[in-house]
Design a protein around this ligand. Structure first.
Ligand code: XUL
Length: 437
């Protein structure tokens, strides 16, 4: 039997198919499509676009994600030697917090997507908003302040939803849309996360979300794992009817929609609820019990671990999300991840091999030289005005800067994860940069 999994991340869409027999587990398909290279007409850079008038506004395109899904499904269907009729279930993960605004057409179009026409052309008429704000957006500080004040402050909101208000979280993003563009908000029938939007395209219906990704919205009561009326009221009018249901992470959304079966010959596989990339990585790195932690080295760097109970970070820097196991996970997110490493690599014209050699040839502690690699506004700690800071670090010394960026990232992870109270013995590494020893 085959199982198909997707990851719709910031910069690419990946798919993996695993064959499971009573005695073996084997990867039989694994491919990624880079958004910038694969879909140049959307003019993204590292998967996103910025408002030229306000670089704190960062968004992507739901149509590009739909096109990427279509292209990947076509590739899978055409893969020589792969018997797609064996696919039993399909699920996936996506970048967290991003939101897709659908109008009333989606309810009728999604179940009836015509296999004779392209997916993207049919989805186009279902969008109440062309752009999907994504996790890199930092434009909602005023909305965060308003939501926190309506709910009794940052600590109270963190106790209620697992996090204080963060600019990238979906609730503040929805509030901004509803207040600055009430007409398009009124035409919005459904607000999906990237994860539930992708599952909706596969299943041909409005897919539910689950407590892992729903916790990234500042809208879910983390203790009951249901929408919090108080948080909904503090965010936007008439919000509840616009949100997906919250179901368990393993629930089945439905059967693969006729579009995929007729157009590409896929079987009537089950579509399982999608989750966020971080909750998914928790399971992928095998952290199903409290104790271990993992770091994900992607566009964002994150550190996360399983938690039996929802403990809140007293400093307000971190988050509690639902875990796909049904328990909880603690997570700290750093925005200056892969792109910060990349900036240093490019500044000195290095290959990744040279970067690694330089890291290996410099001593831990970097002779006291320190970098704070805030090329972009930082999430942890909260840094609104970007800028790289160097202390006793020669800006022209390639090796010292390579070590500087990596040590800064690792020290920040160590420092900001203490609240989790986990004795860290093993660190699992995942995400694109984890291939680098
Ligand atoms: C987590 C976060 C990022 C995104 C993108 O809170 O904002 O890790 O999920 O991968």
């Amino acid at each position: 039997m085959l199982y198909l999994g997707f990851d719709c991340s910031t910069q690419s869409l990946s798919a993996i198919i695993i064959e499971i027999t009573p005695n073996t587990r084997r990867i039989v398909f694994e491919q990624s499509i880079d958004f910038d290279d694969g879909f140049p007409s959307y003019r993204t850079s590292n998967g996103v676009r910025r408002d030229p008038a306000d670089p704190s506004v960062v968004f992507s395109s739901p149509l590009m994600w739909a096109e990427a899904l279509d292209r990947m499904m076509e590739r899978i269907a055409r893969e020589p030697g792969l018997d797609t009729s064996e696919i039993r279930a399909i699920s996936g993960s996506a970048q967290q917090h991003g939101s897709v605004y659908l109008n009333a057409n989606a309810s009728t179009v999604f179940p009836a997507i015509d296999p004779q026409q392209s997916l993207v052309d049919q989805v186009r008429g279902c969008l109440a908003r062309q752009e999907a704000p994504v996790w890199m957006d930092t434009s909602t500080s005023a909305e965060c302040a308003a939501i926190e004040s309506a709910l009794g402050g940052a600590q109270a909101l963190a106790r209620l939803t697992g996090s204080r208000a963060f600019e990238r979280f979906t609730g503040p993003q929805v509030r901004k849309f509803a207040t600055t563009d009430p007409e398009r908000y009124a035409r919005t029938e459904r607000i999906s996360l990237v994860s539930s939007y992708m599952a909706s395209l596969l299943a041909g219906c409005h897919a539910p979300t689950e407590p892992g990704d729903a916790a990234g919205m500042n809208l879910m009561d983390i203790s009951t794992r249901t929408w919090s009326e108080a948080a909904l009221d503090a965010t936007a009018p008439d919000l509840r009817r616009r949100l997906p249901r919250i179901e368990s992470p393993w629930s089945v959304v439905g059967t693969l929609a006729p579009y995929w079966r007729r157009r590409y010959g896929f079987p009537a596989a089950s579509v399982v609820v999608w989750t966020g990339d971080n909750p998914s990585s928790l399971i992928g790195t095998g952290i199903v019990k409290e104790g271990g932690v993992a770091v994900s080295l992607g566009t964002s760097d994150t550190l996360f671990g399983a938690m039996r109970e929802a403990r809140i970070d007293p400093s307000g820097a971190a988050h509690v999300f639902g875990s796909p196991t049904g328990e909880f996970m603690g997570l700290i997110c750093f925005r200056n991840g892969a792109l910060a490493r990349e900036r240093i690599r490019q500044a000195f014209g290095l290959t990744w091999e040279e970067f690694s050699t330089m890291l290996g040839s410099t001593p831990p502690g970097n002779h006291g030289a320190v970098m704070l690699p805030w090329f972009e506004p930082e999430i942890t700690p909260a840094v609104r005005v970007p800028g790289v800071r160097r202390y006793a670090l020669d800006p022209g010394d390639a090796a010292a800067n390579v070590r500087g960026v990596v040590e800064a990232q690792m020290l920040a992870m160590s420092r900001h994860s203490r609240w989790m109270g986990v004795r860290i013995e093993t660190i699992h590494a995942t995400g694109g940069a984890a291939v680098n020893r």
